[in-house]
Ligand binder design. Structure first.
Ligand SMILES: *[C@@H]1O[C@H](CO)[C@@H](O)[C@H](O)[C@H]1NC(C)=O
Ligand SMILES: *[C@@H]1O[C@H](CO)[C@@H](O)[C@H](O)[C@H]1NC(C)=O
Ligand SMILES: *[C@@H]1O[C@H](CO)[C@@H](O)[C@H](O)[C@H]1NC(C)=O
Ligand SMILES: *[C@@H]1O[C@H](CO)[C@@H](O)[C@H](O)[C@H]1NC(C)=O
Ligand SMILES: *[C@@H]1O[C@H](CO)[C@@H](O)[C@H](O)[C@H]1NC(C)=O
Ligand SMILES: *[C@@H]1O[C@H](CO)[C@@H](O)[C@H](O)[C@H]1NC(C)=O
Ligand SMILES: *[C@@H]1O[C@H](CO)[C@@H](O)[C@H](O)[C@H]1NC(C)=O
Ligand SMILES: *[C@@H]1O[C@H](CO)[C@@H](O)[C@H](O)[C@H]1NC(C)=O
Ligand SMILES: *[C@@H]1O[C@H](CO)[C@@H](O)[C@H](O)[C@H]1NC(C)=O
Ligand SMILES: *[C@@H]1O[C@H](CO)[C@@H](O)[C@H](O)[C@H]1NC(C)=O
Ligand SMILES: *[C@@H]1O[C@H](CO)[C@@H](O)[C@H](O)[C@H]1NC(C)=O
Ligand SMILES: *[C@@H]1O[C@H](CO)[C@@H](O)[C@H](O)[C@H]1NC(C)=O
Length: 499
């Protein structure tokens, strides 16, 4: 079951005594950082992987971009214990870079970071390396030493030891973790939707791309493309992280009417005995992967708009899927590679899934990333557009987290081809102010106020709640929503205890 041996645990501790690798300077900044995976564990945002290029930004433009990579893997911690202002602070310096291994590790992109309030597991990947990039230095064009995904699948990390009294900060990394093979869950999958339910110690992965034969995804098979992930995956993966360091992996099935897709979203909401999942967005064969050598026909699969308006709803305890059409007065365009965070009405009568950025899923030779913010209200199942944003701030392939009820952090991403327009790989959106304030307040105790744009649209509720389940939803969905979620969801804000 992916158990770490005692010897391994000692090795892991030893690894962490290796010097930490700082970013080159405090002034260089991320020109683009595609598909980092991020999750909050108590007082820390853990960020892993991604395609990261730094450059100097001056006179409104980027200089020459350079691939950034610690040869020991790309693991970053960002503390939530101190406030920061991205307009004035050296934001790169907010990242602590951690070695994942004592030997060379390839970097991964397009996967999940499953996490509880104590530990994390990486899962899924595209190995985003081409000849010209770092670590690829032997005649074959392959990295030296070459580590195929079969060598290093899932990385497990711990931040807090869970003891009876209170959790103890004791970070470790296990780059030799391997899921139990008999579970029939492979790591050869990329760009699916994924979600964590820390109160259940569960994580989920929905669909994405696999290689045609389900085997290794190896974009390093250069110039061979036989191992490319060009096939949408009928894979629904559940990971149970109840036992620290010994996750149980399961490959579940789903009904035929549910379409596989890549680069979509998966969101956990507290309804029913163990919560529900919403799967939405994404496209059949995403255009942005074409540029990485995946030989996709990107002109073919365009009209996937209904993935935003046909929301697939999964009840975890009942192991049941249902389909809920959104109640249209306005609906978003087709979207892929967006990020999501979920706000709750103060009385928990409704949840608001914020969908930020993304792109339309086609390459079309000049795709524009979005800077829009759309909100899906549940149980109303209605979309509200909060803003179109501005072209100079647009991004896709980023990650978002919500460390307290009102402040969303956007991490990484890139625009159409690569560089962000502005040097703002890290930015802060205040859900109450409905603005990018660029300021994270670690002491904030604010609760979420539902914007009037949403209450007006729904025709019910107020800033503090009072929402009801509308009639006319799919009966199966109504039954899911009518069961109250009973467990407490632990919040770790305000972060004054660790400043
Ligand atoms: C970055 O800034 C931090 C805090 O000011 C400092 O401790 C660190 O040495 C700086 N790193 C580099 C590489 O300049
Ligand atoms: C930024 O410019 C400095 C000074 O020329 C240089 O040393 C550094 O490598 C540059 N950083 C990047 C990321 O290009
Ligand atoms: C998180 O809080 C613990 C105490 O609970 C502290 O020891 C640790 O340094 C904090 N981590 C960060 C990244 O600030
Ligand atoms: C963040 O810095 C900007 C630029 O100096 C400033 O205008 C803004 O007031 C600061 N925000 C906060 C909350 O301090
Ligand atoms: C894994 O696959 C093998 C071969 O198909 C099968 O015998 C076994 O029952 C499967 N295990 C699980 C946990 O589904
Ligand atoms: C899950 O199981 C299905 C059906 O056996 C298989 O096609 C798929 O490759 C599996 N997914 C993963 C990620 O192992
Ligand atoms: C491509 O793959 C085929 C079959 O595995 C192999 O015979 C051939 O040598 C490979 N070509 C290159 C350039 O690697
Ligand atoms: C996916 O790649 C395999 C191996 O190169 C190829 O045989 C297959 O036709 C491709 N499928 C699609 C949908 O492009
Ligand atoms: C891409 O798909 C479209 C529509 O199916 C088809 O007309 C076109 O020939 C395909 N292009 C390539 C290069 O396969
Ligand atoms: C309700 O969900 C079921 C699956 O449980 C699906 O078959 C049906 O089409 C949905 N009904 C509507 C009206 O969307
Ligand atoms: C941060 O939040 C605290 C607690 O709500 C508040 O007292 C303080 O004024 C806030 N700081 C800023 C700069 O907004
Ligand atoms: C809403 O849910 C949160 C998280 O479980 C809980 O802390 C809070 O007490 C709930 N509020 C109400 C009014 O039930």
């Amino acid at each position: 079951m992916g158990r770490s041996t005692g010897a391994l645990a000692q090795l892991v501790v030893a690894i962490l005594t290796v010097a930490e690798y700082a970013l080159a300077t405090n002034t260089s900044t991320m020109a683009y950082w595609l598909n980092p995976r991020a999750a909050i564990i108590q007082n820390t945002t853990v960020i892993e992987g991604g395609t990261l290029f730094t450059a100097n930004y001056s006179n409104g433009g980027w200089g020459t971009t350079t691939s950034y990579g610690s040869p020991y893997g790309r693991l970053f911690y960002m503390s939530l214990c101190s406030s920061f202002n991205t307009s004035t602070d050296a934001v790169d310096a907010l990242l602590q870079v951690k070695p994942e291994s004592s030997s060379s590790v390839p970097f991964w992109t397009g996967g999940a970071l499953f996490a509880t309030d104590y530990e994390w597991y990486t899962y899924g990947y595209v190995q985003w390396m081409v000849k010209s990039l770092l670590f690829i230095n032997d005649a074959s064009g392959l990295p030296s030493p070459r580590r195929k995904p079969t060598d290093i699948n899932v990385i497990q990390g711990t931040l807090f030891q869970q003891s009876a009294a209170q959790s103890v900060w004791a970070p470790t990394v296990d780059s030799n973790y391997s899921p139990d093979k008999s579970a029939n869950v492979s790591n050869y999958i990329a760009l699916g939707g994924w979600a964590n339910a820390p109160s259940e110690k569960l994580g989920f992965w929905f669909s994405g791309l696999q290689a045609a034969n389900g085997g290794v995804i190896d974009t390093l098979a250069y110039p061979n493309k036989s191992d490319q992930a060009n096939t949408t995956a009928r894979s629904f993966i559940k990971v149970d992280m109840s036992s620290p360091g010994e996750a149980l992996w399961q490959n579940l099935t789903w009904p035929d009417w549910l379409q596989p897709r890549a680069e979509g979203g998966l969101v956990w909401l507290p309804y029913g005995d163990q919560g529900i999942l919403l799967a939405f967005g994404g496209v059949d064969l995403p255009g942005d992967q074409a540029s990485s050598g995946l030989n996709l026909n990107t002109t073919a699969k365009v009209v996937m708009n209904d993935y935003m308006t046909n929301i697939a709803v999964y009840d975890i305890a009942r192991d049941t899927w249902a389909l809920q059409l959104t109640q249209e007065t306005m609906s978003p365009p087709q979207m892929a590679q967006f990020c999501t965070v979920t706000a709750s009405a103060a009385d928990n009568s409704s949840y608001f899934v914020y969908v930020y950025g993304g792109y339309d899923g086609t390459w079309g030779h000049n795709p524009a990333a979005y800077d829009s913010i759309w909100v899906l209200s549940v149980p109303a199942f209605q979309w509200t557009k909060i803003t179109d944003g501005t072209p100079a701030h647009r991004r896709s392939r980023h990650a978002c987290v919500l460390p307290n009820p009102t402040q969303m952090l956007s991490i990484g991403g890139g625009t159409d081809r690569a560089n962000l327009v502005n040097p703002d790989w890290l930015d802060v959106y205040d859900l109450n102010a409905q603005a990018w304030t660029h300021f994270y307040n670690s002491s904030s105790t604010d609760l979420y106020k539902v914007p009037s744009a949403i209450t007006t649209q729904l025709g019910q509720g107020s800033a503090n709640g009072g929402f009801t389940i509308p009639s006319g939803l799919n009966g199966t969905v109504t039954a899911m929503l009518e069961t109250r979620y009973q467990k407490q969801i632990t919040g770790y804000f305000p972060y004054d205890y660790c400043t």
